[in-house]
Design a binder for this molecule. Structure first.
Ligand code: UDX
Ligand code: UDX
Length: 477
């Protein structure tokens, strides 16, 4: 690299998922002078991003349709032409998935980097001129060294076909949360850029500077940047496991976790956010990133540190099994052949994403107990539920066979009809305002509401003649 900051006119993003799609849409929206192309191997997904009907984008995210509507076809493009988009790009973002490995070395903990490596090789093969490669995916610390090694090999290899390709690698982790992605991208707390090439760092900073104040653009080195993302997610997840541990304790002691959270949240050192007790954290990142941290700590011989972070995941898993168990216990010790309305399947409200959703483990436990589940979620597709539960829906139910079965309900009313209990597993706004007196009349008595998100008004539920369990609420029972 020479001394000047390269101007960025064309961006390519590999991976049109929950991160790549919304992030690139906002960059295109805020930088009309930059042409942004998002590529993906999955042709169906690209077709969905190009669907003229904006309500059918593959990612549901409030406000995303408006942003895509403004830029698509102007300076935002979705394509399967990976090679051409790389060749044309001044800057390539890697936003492919990095799931936990399911087999081989580090299975169950380490991140599977096969797609990151394949993308880096693709960039190495097709880039032209100087290309800044930006890690957007969350990655294990020092992954940039792998990416750099692959790119350098191509550089060393430079022939006429490479048009003297040269590379700089940056880490630019994404901190957006699903459901609030557009707001998080438009007004980020901070943008983090890690690298060892100051011109490349400034080139990326100049893209964000179109809308992010300079003081919110943090520059650092590569490894600190990569590790900051894992650490941020580990700290956030740890808060949830902490409050969920206290929730269980509240239920045993007559305290109420919402009150405890309110009291500790006013301490400015603790702060009020991320203290909502619930069925445990889900989502594509928290568990994966902590397991990755655990794996890396083990690799470096820091076994106590690894065990400390592992306990955050263990508590989360325990919370989900605990909820399934208490449903069974309260329903006279058996749910075999009983209809249970499951309200919410997404891992949180305002998304259609179900990755690591607490509903999956809780439903699986209840199916194991022989329950007949009627699942209603405002945004999750039935095919997704089928993939997550590993079984097809059954209209006829399983009766007392003990097999367990599930079906999708088109509405809350349909889900609770004839049910012994309603379980609230996602905090969708509509579940906060349900007409419990009307719903109770449809249920088989004695009927229960198990509110794993603390969204119902206990008075309304109880005056409807329903029994209630609310996460972390030891005052009722
Ligand atoms: C992913 C990672 O899970 C996360 O760690 C990271 O922070 C950002 O990228 P997400 O966008 O939610 O998050 O993943 P996903 O929705 O699965 O999207 C990844 C996309 O990459 C998929 O559409 C997949 O088809 C595509 N992909 C994957 C490629 O285009 N090429 C590949 O080689 C591999
Ligand atoms: C998270 C991080 O917030 C984000 O910065 C990172 O880039 C990706 O991972 P996301 O998984 O989209 O984002 O959602 P988040 O809002 O963090 O919620 C994660 C899980 O924690 C959800 O299941 C949510 O319901 C749960 N949660 C969150 C709680 O149970 N209680 C809380 O107080 C907050």
């Amino acid at each position: 690299m020479t001394g000047s900051v390269p101007a960025i006119r064309t961006i390519c993003c590999i991976g049109a998922g929950y991160v790549g799609g919304p992030t690139m849409a906002v960059i295109a929206d805020r930088c009309p002078g930059i042409q942004v192309t998002v590529v993906d191997l999955n042709a169906e997904r690209i077709a969905a991003w190009n669907d003229p009907d904006l309500s059918r984008l593959p990612v549901y995210e409030p406000g995303l349709d408006a942003v895509v509507g403004r830029c698509r076809g102007r300076n935002l493009f979705f394509s399967t032409e990976v090679e051409a988009a790389i060749a044309a790009a001044d800057m390539v973002f890697l936003s492919v998935n990095t799931p936990t490995k399911t087999k081989g070395l580090g299975a169950g903990q380490a991140s599977d980097l096969r797609w990151v490596e394949a993308s880096a090789r693709s960039v190495a093969a097709h880039a032209r001129g100087h290309t800044i490669v930006v890690e957007k995916s969350t990655l294990p610390v020092r992954t940039a060294a792998t990416v750099q090694a692959i790119l350098q090999a191509a550089q060393g290899d430079a022939t006429a076909t490479h048009d003297q390709a040269t590379f700089s690698v940056l880490s630019n982790p994404e901190f957006l949360a699903e459901g609030t992605a557009i707001a998080d991208l438009e007004q980020p707390d901070r943008v983090l850029i890690g690298g060892d090439d100051p011109q490349a760092i400034e080139a990326l900073a100049s893209v964000y500077a179109h809308w992010v104040p300079q003081e919110r653009i943090l520059r650092t080195n590569l490894w600190s940047s990569e590790l900051s993302k894992l650490t941020a997610n580990a700290f956030l997840a740890q808060r949830i496991s902490s409050i969920n541990s206290i929730a269980a304790f509240c239920e045993s002691t007559g305290a109420e976790v919402g009150e405890v959270a309110r009291a500790i949240g006013t301490d400015s050192r603790i702060g009020p956010k991320f203290l909502q007790a619930g069925p445990g954290f889900g989502g594509s990142c928290f568990q994966k990133d902590i397991l990755n941290l655990v794996y890396l700590c083990g690799h470096y011989g820091l076994h106590e540190v690894a065990a400390y972070w592992q306990s955050v995941v263990d508590l989360n898993t325990w919370q989900q099994h605990r909820i399934a168990r208490l449903v069974v216990n309260n329903l006279f010790g058996t749910v075999t052949g009983k209809r249970l309305a499951v309200l919410g399947f997404a891992f949180k409200a305002d998304t259609n994403d179900t990755r690591e959703a607490p509903a999956i483990r809780i439903c699986r436990d209840l199916l194991e107990e022989g329950a007949e589940l009627a699942i209603h979620d405002p945004k999750v597709a039935p095919e997704q539920i089928s993939r997550d539960l590993g079984s097809a829906p059954s209209a006829s139910g399983s009766g007392l066979t003990g097999e367990g079965s599930w079906q999708v309900a088109a509405s809350v009313e349909e889900a609770v009809r004839g049910a012994d209990a309603a379980l609230i597993l996602t905090e969708w706004q509509v579940f906060r305002e349900l007409p419990w007196a009307d719903l109770a009349a449809q249920m088989r008595q004695p009927a229960w509401v198990f509110d794993a998100r603390a969204v119902v008004d206990p008075e309304v539920v109880r005056s409807a003649g329903l029994r209630l369990w609310r996460v972390g609420d030891g005052r009722i029972g």
